[in-house]
Ligand binder design. Structure first.
Ligand code: UD1
Ligand code: MG
Length: 453
């Protein structure tokens, strides 16, 4: 096993983003560009990940504090070679160093593995482009061997015709990299220390220079502007939609789904247009998701149907449930089998057992609801006294009449019925009717006031 260091360059200013936020912290598919790279890097199990950052003070290290990586500041930024130099003190010699970029977020680990197959060589990730403008060109000799990388600004007209370009991503034996970087000079058009100059040094020293290509073009697409960010977002969403379709998921329109994280689907899942999936979402067999629903970090078990415009976050939904339209399940909602949650019903931090229903306009917070419970329209659990939250317990087979307030802490015991329009502040006993309601009164002979002349 080779020991692997990964250096991620992320010091560039990102001027064309026109933003106060460091470029690598802008989000693609719901997470910062740099986070995508850190997650891919971690899959390769390196001994060290080192992020070279530059702008935004501590914003970059602070945002990525959960990742097991080191951060070194590059200040000023004198080029890609100078950036890698900043990381050298952290890198062990008997290892290979892989250079990645914080603004090239979708590089895949299968592609990177190819770069690590010849640990004694310098291996470049290159790409053929019909329109290579702006990129460093890969110069090869007659035998096809790489001899150098020429930056666009330093290239001759003939070199500019070369269609094979440098993606920037490369792997090299650390000891050699250290040696080469110490010899870099900035006598070029941009007065920068170019990482790409190490190629000619390797060639001069007789070290093999190999190349590999990414499996997909989007893997090496770099972000410099909001336009490119939006373009890559669409490419990535298309790619994920393609995967879902190939797995057998039915998408009403593959151009109108957004997966910002990981979506795992069973068989015969159907997803209508405009849905957004965030974090990790699991959909069981035969689940149907209605249009414009947003589901975050949740699981939906088999045969459940989510009607349009439902919002579901950190919730667990059992089999055969009916949710929405316009339902909102907030964190900590756990619904068992055959639960119906209808329009304009909000559930938070509550468990609802089998066959129970809350079909219209209710708020159920911090509650435990038993089986076969019917919660009438407009029922509200008053869980907050202004300082503390309290629980509402609704046992099996309870019927709550419409427009009821249950002032927590309170227990509605098994089989109880609550009359419509009640404000319940004390526990309601089993199998009886409890209600709190002013007596109805009819005033005989009462007349409506008349308009004054
Ligand atoms: C670089 C390559 C070029 C390649 C292109 C691919 C060099 C000299 N050239 O050119 O061959 O085709 O990438 O996009 O390497 N960075 C730092 N510190 C610096 C300078 C850059 O961290 O001092 C980072 C940037 O944040 C960026 C990356 O390195 O992520 C590339 O820098 P950039 O200036 O965009 O390089 P190019 O000139 O495009
Ligand atoms: Mg540059």
């Amino acid at each position: 096993m080779i020991r692997l260091n990964i250096v991620i360059l992320a010091a560039g200013k990102g001027t064309r983003m026109h933003s106060d936020k460091p470029k690598v912290l802008h989000a693609l598919a719901g997470q910062p560009l740099l986070q995508h790279v850190l997650e891919t890097a971690a899959v390769l199990a390196p001994v060290q990940i080192c992020v070279v950052y530059g702008h935004g003070g501590d914003a970059v290290p602070a945002a990525m504090a959960n990742y097991n990586s080191s951060f070194v500041l590059q200040e000023p930024q004198l080029g890609t070679g100078h950036a890698v130099q900043q990381a050298l003190p952290l890198l062990a010699d008997d290892s290979v160093t892989l250079v990645l970029y914080g603004d090239v977020p979708l590089i895949q680990h299968a592609t990177l593995k190819q770069l690590l197959q010849t640990p004694d060589a310098l291996t470049l990730l290159t790409q053929r482009l019909e329109h290579p403008t702006g990129y460093g060109r890969i110069e090869r000799d007659k035998a096809g061997k790489v001899i150098s990388i020429v930056e666009e600004k330093d290239a001759t007209a003939a070199q500019r015709d070369i269609k094979e370009v440098n993606t920037g991503i490369l792997a090299a034996p650390t000891q050699l990299l250290r040696q080469w970087l110490s010899q870099l000079r900035n006598d070029n058009k941009q007065r920068e220390y170019y990482l790409t100059d190490i190629v000619a040094m390797a060639v001069a020293q007789g070290v093999d220079v190999n190349t590999a290509q990414p499996a997909h073009d989007w893997e090496v697409f770099g972000i410099n502007s909001k336009l490119q960010l939006a373009e890559l977002e669409r490419m990535w969403q298309q790619e994920q939609a393609r995967h879902l379709l190939l797995q057998g998921v039915t998408l009403a329109d593959p151009a109108r789904i957004d997966v910002r994280g990981k979506l795992v689907c069973g068989r015969d899942v159907e997803i209508d247009v405009g849905c957004i999936f965030e974090g990790e979402v699991h959909l069981g067999n035969n689940v149907r998701i209605g249009a414009y629903s947003i589901i975050r970090n949740s699981s939906v078990a088999a045969s459940t149907q989510i009607a349009p415009y439902s919002h579901i976050e950190q919730s667990e939904i059992g089999v055969n449930c009916r949710i929405g339209p316009y339902a909102r399940l907030r964190p900590g909602s756990k619904l068992h089998t055959d639960v119906h949650i209808g329009n304009f019903v909000e559930i938070k931090n509550s468990e609802i057992a089998d066959h129970s229903k809350a079909n219209h306009l209710s708020y159920i917070g911090d509650s435990s609801v038993g089986s076969r419970v019917n919660i009438g329209a407009g029922t509200i659990t008053c869980n907050y006294d202004g300082v503390n939250k309290h629980r509402t317990i609704i046992e099996d087979d309870v019927f709550i009449g419409s427009d009821t307030q249950l002032v927590a802490p309170v227990t509605i015991s098994r089989g109880a019925t609550i009359g419509a329009g009640s404000t319940i502040t004390k526990n309601a006993p089993e199998d009886t009717l409890t209600l709190s309601r002013a007596k109805q009164l009819t005033v005989a002979g009462w007349q409506r006031p008349l308009k004054k002349k």
